[in-house]
Design a protein around this ligand. Structure first.
Ligand code: AMP
Ligand code: GLY
Length: 428
């Protein structure tokens, strides 16, 4: 079968790499892909949100399965367009993708179905939002309703910061129409983990849990980013917590959606805060997380194409459970100097040829190939992933890889996984 992966980041590189190893995959295409992805897939120059061109490409090339990486085309309804042509595509349809596309929809949904999350209020005018902030306890978290490329969540520590953020989002429209409405919610304390699950709208198969590192600098300091590193599995997850996450969060989400007339097919990603009073949902994503997927998929032993087809064909009940390696994986993201603000591109990357083995993978996020040379083309440039018996060994491997790769101003965190280096209680 021919498969098409849509997107151009580290997530899409690991998806294309893993699919290229699937028994029944003959050829992998990636649109638009990047420099590194061209090692495992044929990159086609179509942007991820050019839905019409993607439908045409998939039809002309008899693509058996299309896999959508980023949220943007999902919230714009790419799945509905493929389905109209009876083409198989992995991901939720437009209605189901609202779970990521609208924070107002999602918070109200969670309230209706008693899914644990931070207490919140929704506002459509800045005056009302500011009025509300006069009587809240700080800090609070202010969230733009719509998609804002991961930047739409602001922590306000006091009234002045809250006013400035509300005005930026609702009056100055720094995130455009995504800021027509906002959610203000209480600040949750605890450890954050990511839980992803395959679902066909009926059956749910969770993946191993992972942990992202959102802040740019060591010690969780600095601005939020798309993610500076991750590891899998987490030591926080144990059997009791797993049962709670499934019983109070993942299952009620899928059944709640069913009751709303929405069949969710694809990957459901729950970003969770593990608080003193149990796990609470920070956000849902309607797709694989990045960089989390770079550490989860290398440990998956079940055939990825089979799983994705089972989701699309609503036959997931036929797969009893997922099989996993009992190793650990750790990803260290190498980013451009200045990320997540302004950064230069076009810088030569050297040393890549020294670091590829089965247990040390380099997934490309923002790279371009110029002749025989890879150059930087984005904020997050590479994900260096070590796989080994223990998390410590996986981290050592990843950092050994990082030390061999050079580009001007390369920035990376030196403390990925350090909070987790405690004995594991359970891996699930
Ligand atoms: P999101 O884009 O919704 O994942 O938010 C980005 C990050 O903001 C999350 O990964 C958390 O670290 C943080 N965050 C979001 N909501 C809350 C909250 N209610 N309390 C504490 N931190 C939060
Ligand atoms: N790593 C968080 C995300 O994919 O949104």
């Amino acid at each position: 079968m021919k498969v098409l992966v849509i997107g151009s980041g580290g997530r899409e590189h690991v998806l294309a790499w893993k699919l290229s190893k699937s028994r029944n995959v003959d050829k992998v295409f990636c649109a638009p892909g990047n420099g590194g992805i061209s090692r495992v897939a044929k990159c086609v120059n179509i942007k991820a949100n050019n839905i019409k061109a993607l439908v045409d490409f998939a039809t002309r090339n008899k693509i058996g399965l299309t896999v959508v990486g980023p949220e943007d085309p999902l919230t714009k309804g790419i799945v509905n367009e493929f389905q109209k042509k009876r083409m198989k595509i992995f991901g939720p349809d437009q209605k189901a993708a609202q779970l990521e596309g609208s924070k107002v929809f999602t918070k109200e949904f969670m309230k209706k179905y008693h899914i644990p999350t931070a207490a919140f209020k929704v506002f459509s005018t800045s005056a009302e939002a500011i009025g509300f902030c006069k009587s809240v306890e700080f800090p609070v978290v202010i969230k733009a309703d719509g998609l804002a490329a991961g930047k739409g969540v602001i922590l306000a520590r006091n009234f002045e910061q809250a006013v400035a953020s509300i005005e930026d989002i609702m009056n100055k429209k720094i995130f455009g129409d995504a800021g027509n409405k906002i959610v203000i919610e209480s600040f949750l304390k605890g450890a954050e983990i990511s839980v992803m699950a395959f679902t066909d709208g009926k059956t749910i198969l969770p993946l191993l849990s992972s942990q992202d590192h959102k802040q740019a600098y060591d010690g969780d300091r600095g601005p939020n980013t798309g993610g500076m590193g991750a590891y899998c599995p987490t030591s926080i997850m144990n059997n009791a917590l797993y049962d709670q996450v499934m019983e109070y969060i993942i299952r009620p989400t899928i059944t709640g959606l069913q009751q709303e007339g929405i069949t969710y097919k694809g990957i459901l990603y729950a970003g969770l805060m593990i608080t003193e009073t149990g796990p609470k949902v920070l956000e849902y994503n309607c797709r694989f997380g990045d960089p989390e997927t770079q550490v989860v998929l290398p440990l998956l032993k079940t055939d990825l194409l089979e799983l994705m087809l089972a989701v699309v064909n609503q036959k997931l009940a036929g797969i009893q459970k997922l099989n996993w390696s009992d190793e650990s994986a750790a990803c260290v993201v190498m980013a451009s100097k200045g990320y997540p603000s302004k950064y230069r591109t076009g810088l030569k990357i050297s040393g890549l040829q020294n670091v590829n083995s089965n247990a040390l993978q380099v997934f490309h996020a923002g790279t371009e190939q110029k002749g025989n040379q890879y150059v930087t083309s984005g904020g997050r440039v590479l994900g260096v992933v070590g796989i080994d018996k223990t998390l410590q060994q996986a981290l050592n491997k990843a950092y050994q890889g990082v030390n061999k790769i050079k580009f001007e101003g390369a920035m990376f965190r030196r403390d990925i996984g350090s909070k987790a280096l405690k004995p594991k209680t359970s891996v699930r």
